[in-house]
Design a protein around this ligand. Structure first.
Ligand code: NAD
Length: 475
């Protein structure tokens, strides 16, 4: 049984402690969920929708407590509010969509006229979800809600870095006994995650590429599907025809929102050389006006690093870039007030020998590099191991789309950036190491929780073995 000391991201001090479930406790919880799942799946979808609607009401009742806990977890208030208040909309969206999907329609075979088919959608009995620290609430429930509606039982293991929100969140679930029978949220660390993967029928993992690989390997050994949503190093391309006011607004917002601690953050910016100087000038002017939310959490735009180690990774990337010739035009110094902050940091004279351009940064850092041709920009954007999302800003949407179609990533924002954080209706796949295993968004985000069974109906006489009598070939 592991006890974790949890650091407050604003003060840098340990102010919370929790104990991860011991192996026997985890096993007992999973057995309880598994035992309740058949009745949950056998009930009509309308029942599951109604149970989630009751949970939605309990969630709304407890929103102030959940927001307070999440604010302590993340050191930011407004985004915590948005995350917590976004959950009812998430339940509503899936509750509207689910009844239109997984229809068990019958259709006739074109090849064999006496045969018809019917599909049965069989949910995975027990789904494990493992979530990261950067958007603790949104990413805790993002896969659980469609999985529950599909008829699965779900155990979510939030990150050990941000466990406080799980206490009031679990109270909201406990207030709806039918839901608590099949849904459990309990923070833990690596060992809990490892044991979970060995014990479930499908796993949804959101986190880093390094851990995602381990989860995929463990899932392969357990012979279960793994849905992996991993890191990114998203590029933004700005063409000569782009409106620079728009382009700099997008570059600043989509790199710095949530202190850059978002998988779909823009992490590197390529700008046509003809507009490079005015772009950088405007960007720096805007970046210098941005304040961190310290000492007052209710003022400023940039929160602390939620995980102190992330500040060290960002500092190491900045040191590497400086050593290789990059110039820091603003920001660039980690502010240590116990917790750690960084102002928007614009870098120029960067290239792909620097980790700030090739690795995930997860901080409010904006390296800007010029290009001479669109082909060069596309090649630069497509370099590297990640393929989560990307952005293109051009004079027209058509010009932006022509470039976006050539980018190796699953969500391309045209004349904006990081739109996949706001738009959940479209299906998208991660490219390269940014993920594996089907779309989390759109209809696929629900359908992936079912195995599809074919019920093949014979309306005529079955074939006999005589049908392959060799003598038939003579006639
Ligand atoms: P992480 O990989 O360190 O941890 C993620 C989760 O995995 C945590 O709950 C952790 O306890 C658990 N874990 C650790 N070792 C494990 C193991 N061996 N087996 C099972 N579980 C294990 O990631 P993080 O630092 O918490 O999160 C940041 C990363 O998440 C970034 O790379 C970010 O890009 C990525 N992310 C991706 C998306 C997406 O949708 N693609 C969304 C948000 C964050």
């Amino acid at each position: 049984m592991d006890t974790y000391d949890v650091v407050n991201p604003r003060s840098g001090a340990v102010d919370h402690r929790f104990t991860a479930p011991a192996a026997a406790e985890l096993d007992a919880t999973l057995a309880r969920l598994r035992a309740a799942q058949p009745a949950w799946a056998a009930a009509p979808l309308a029942h599951r929708i109604e149970v989630l609607a009751r949970w939605r009401a309990e969630w709304i009742r407890r929103q102030p407590d959940i927001i307070d806990a999440l604010t302590l977890d993340t050191g930011r208030h407004l985004i915590s509010r948005t995350e917590v208040m976004g959950l009812p909309g998430n339940i509503d969206r899936w509750s509207r969509l689910a009844p239109t999907l997984a229809q068990e329609e019958e259709f006739r075979s074109a090849a064999l006229p006496t045969i018809s088919y019917r599909s049965q959608y069989v949910p995975y009995a027990l789904v494990g979800a493992i979530s990261p620290w950067n958007f603790p609430v949104a990413l805790c429930f993002i896969d659980a809600i469609p999985a529950l509606l599909a008829g699965c039982a779900v155990f979510v293991k939030p990150s050990e870095v941000t466990p406080r929100f799980a206490i009031p969140a679990m109270q909201s679930i406990a207030a709806v006994p039918e839901l608590a029978a099949v849904f459990h949220v309990q923070p833990g660390g690596r060992e809990t995650g490892e044991r979970l993967v060995q014990s479930v029928d499908a796993v949804c993992f959101t986190g880093s590429v390094a851990t995602g690989r381990k989860v995929a390997e463990a899932a392969a050994r357990a012979f279960i599907p793994a849905f992996l949503e991993l890191g990114g190093n998203d590029p933004l391309i700005v063409t000569a025809s782009a409106d620079l006011e728009r382009a700099t607004d997008v570059a600043l917002r989509a790199t710095c929102l949530a202190t850059g601690q978002a998988c779909q953050s823009l992490e590197r910016v390529y700008v046509d050389r003809r507009v490079f100087a005015p772009f950088v000038e405007r960007l720096v002017e805007k970046a210098r006006r941005v304040e961190v939310n310290w000492p007052d959490i209710h003022a400023g735009t940039i929160g602390p690093f939620i995980f102190g180690k992330q500040a060290d990774i960002v500092a190491a990337q900045l040191a590497d870039a400086r050593a290789k010739g990059a110039r820091v035009l603003c920001g660039g110094e980690i502010l240590d007030h116990g917790g750690k902050w960084l102002r928007p940091t614009v870098l120029v004279d960067v290239d792909h020998s620097m980790t700030v351009m090739t690795d995930e940064t997860f901080g409010p850092v904006i390296p800007v590099m010029p290009f001479d041709t669109v082909d060069e920009a596309v090649a630069l954007a497509n370099e590297g191991v990640y393929g989560l999302s990307a952005g293109v800003i051009a004079g027209t949407l058509e010009e932006a789309e022509a470039i976006g179609r050539r980018l190796d990533a699953g969500g391309i924002s045209l004349n904006d950036g990081s739109l996949t954080a706001m738009c959940h209706e479209m299906e998208k796949h991660s490219f390269k190491l940014s993920g594996l295993g089907g779309s989390r968004m759109g209809p696929g985000g629900y359908l992936r929780f079912f195995r599809r069974k074919s019920l093949i109906r014979q309306h005529g006489a079955p074939a006999t073995l005589d049908s392959i009598d060799e003598s038939l070939a003579r006639s």
